[in-house]
Each structure stands twice: as structure tokens, then as C-alpha cells.
Write a protein that binds this ligand. Structure first.
Ligand SMILES: [Zn+2]
Length: 103
């Protein structure tokens, strides 16, 4: 998928549309990954209710032991750098892509 290298986009810090440079987030924490709102994570901390035991015991092996099929595509996170205040904000491509090219 080809993406423009610079886009005009709303900057939440400048509170207006500015020219922003787009780059791909390579590794590390992604957007929302530090949130503690999900029910599965609440159960792991001993909170929350519901069914199931998160795949820990039972006739089937734990979910983490399942054989993973190799997918050829990924959802890509993008980093937008504002040209005026140099601050970064994040976004993503809303579909799975094999690779991203900047033009
Ligand atoms: Zn800005």
C-alpha cells in the first residue's frame, strides 16, 4: 500500500490542520496497549466476573499453545509528526496490508 509521506492533518496540540510527516511505527508499545480496560486483563488481575478460565485448564491446551498460522499481512500503526510543534500523534491504516511504501 502506498501512503503519502506528508499529509495535512489535524494536530491536537496546535488545534488546527498542519502539514505532518508520516512514518511507520516499527516496534514497542502500540496505541492502547497500556490501557487496563479490557475484561481479560481485569480477570487476570483478579477482578471482573464471567465465564471461563482464560483457557488455562481443560480438554484443550491453553490458547497460547495453539499453532499460529502465518499471516502475510499486518495492521500498521503510523506516527504523524507535526511540522510546526514537532509533536507526534498516532494513527493506523484501517485494514491489513502486506507492506507500506511512502511516496
Ligand atoms: Zn502541531
Amino acid at each position: 500500500m502506498k501512503i503519502k509521506e506528508k499529509v495535512k492533518k489535524y494536530c491536537p496540540f496546535c488545534k488546527k490542520h498542519t502539514l505532518q510527516k508520516v512514518s511507520q511505527l516499527k516496534a514497542g508499545a502500540k496505541r492502547g496497549s497500556l490501557k487496563k480496560g479490557s475484561l481479560v486483563r481485569a480477570k487476570r488481575r483478579g477482578l471482573g466476573r464471567g465465564f471461563g478460565n482464560l483457557g488455562k485448564y481443560g480438554s484443550k491446551p491453553a490458547v497460547s499453545k495453539f499453532k499460529r498460522t502465518i499471516k502475510g499481512s499486518k495492521k500498521v500503526s503510523l506516527v504523524y509528526t507535526c511540522s510546526e510543534c514537532k509533536k507526534k500523534s498516532m494513527g493506523s491504516i484501517s485494514k491489513r496490508v502486506k507492506r507500506v511504501e511512502f511516496k
